[in-house]
Design a protein around this ligand. Structure first.
Ligand SMILES: Cc1cc2nc3c(=O)[nH]c(=O)nc-3n(C[C@H](O)[C@H](O)[C@H](O)COP(=O)(O)OP(=O)(O)OC[C@H]3O[C@@H](n4cnc5c(N)ncnc54)[C@H](O)[C@@H]3O)c2cc1C
Length: 306
């Protein structure tokens, strides 16, 4: 599985804003690990419908002020008026957070439910990209979808939407979590076919080493993505037939699979590997260590383990 000859490429991580003190301590432990490992950036999610507005701002500001990591603040348009969005964007600028991932967001409560824009708000994330650029000197990223956004009328239209967001001034996209490299490669091809110049901007693969079958199923259900049949079979076999899944066995398969996925992405020229960490560092570090991009977990070197 591990390969000393795998070339090193940048990696980055996603955090979510913690709800309590214990969760916050975990985030800072993970932040120290990833700072030591040289993460290219850390993106911090924005809770459904703006529910973490203040926490996302506070955490990204603290990352910017007290670590060597580059924070990217996710910002969603859902539920906000244009004026509220302007105030939020300005607050990021004042906090020294100049990187924003511009998203539309999902309907709060039921992510797959009907989308209703705020009466004084925005309809699509492309407009948020434009608004952010109007407010100041920000670098903006957007979302992309290897399996197509679940509301897209076709994969071709989905790619059109992506290049429109890039034309509006986004510099790169980060993908929805996926488990089939071919989906990522086909998205890349569709984006270049839709617009050779814009489509060539970095499409950063969003990844997650599976450590729990139950929780990954739940996350995929909410995002409209899927597990490839072969992986689902391997994970289900590892989970066993007991009332509780065998977490250690699932984790082993999840990390092995994520390593294989990353190896293929690296060989296919992915610009960066972006890990959805749930504010834990260990599984991601194990994958990076398998790739020869980090010391093994527990191998010293001053890395604080979570
Ligand atoms: C990397 C990543 C990070 C995320 N982080 C968060 C987060 O922190 N918080 C959160 O709440 N959600 C987050 N999401 C989820 C995201 O908000 C949802 O997937 C949302 O449904 C789509 O957002 P978008 O920015 O792609 O929307 P848009 O680009 O606006 O697209 C939304 C839908 O409208 C369609 N569309 C767009 N433009 C047009 C047009 N001109 N004409 C017709 N149809 C159009 C698209 O095909 C798509 O179906 C994230 C997703 C990704 C991939």
């Amino acid at each position: 599985m591990s390969s000393a000859s795998t070339p090193r490429i940048p990696f980055s991580v996603e955090f979510y804003p913690p709800r309590d003190e214990e969760a916050e301590e975990r985030l800072w432990r993970a932040a120290r690990v990833f700072a030591d490992l040289g993460a290219a950036f850390v993106s911090v999610t924005y809770g459904a419908g703006g529910s973490t507005r203040d926490r996302t701002l506070r955490i990204t500001r603290s990352i910017s002020e007290s670590t060597s990591l580059l924070p990217i603040a996710h910002l969603t348009a859902v539920g906000h008026s244009r004026d509220e969005l302007c105030a939020l964007i300005d607050a990021y600028g004042e906090a020294g957070v100049t990187q924003i991932l511009a998203l539309r967001g999902d309907p709060p409560g039921d992510p797959l439910g009907e989308w209703v824009p705020h009466p004084d708000g925005l309809l699509y994330s492309k407009q948020l990209v434009e608004l952010i650029h109007e407010r100041g000197d920000f670098e903006v990223g957007v979302a992309s979808f290897p399996e197509g956004h679940y509301r897209a009328s076709s994969l071709e239209h989905d790619a059109e939407v992506l290049v429109e967001k890039l034309r509006a001034g986004a510099e790169y996209s980060i993908t929805q979590m996926f488990f089939d490299v071919d989906d990522y490669l086909r998205l890349r091809d569709r984006a270049v076919a839709a617009d050779p110049e814009q489509g060539a901007k970095p499409i950063i693969p969003g990844l997650m080493p599976v450590t729990s079958l139950r929780s990954v199923r739940r996350m995929l259900e909410l995002s409209g993505s899927s597990l490839p049949k072969a992986l689902e079979k391997r994970l289900t076999a590892a989970a066993g037939t007991g009332a509780e899944e065998d977490r250690a066995a699932v984790r082993e398969v999840g990390i092995e699979f994520a390593t294989e996925l990353c190896e293929r992405l690296i060989s296919e020229g992915a610009p960066c590997l972006h890990f959805n960490t749930l504010n834990f560092s260990r599984a991601t570090q194990e994958v990076l260590a398998n790739l020869g991009m980090a010391p093994a977990v527990g191998a010293g070197g001053g890395v604080v383990l979570a």
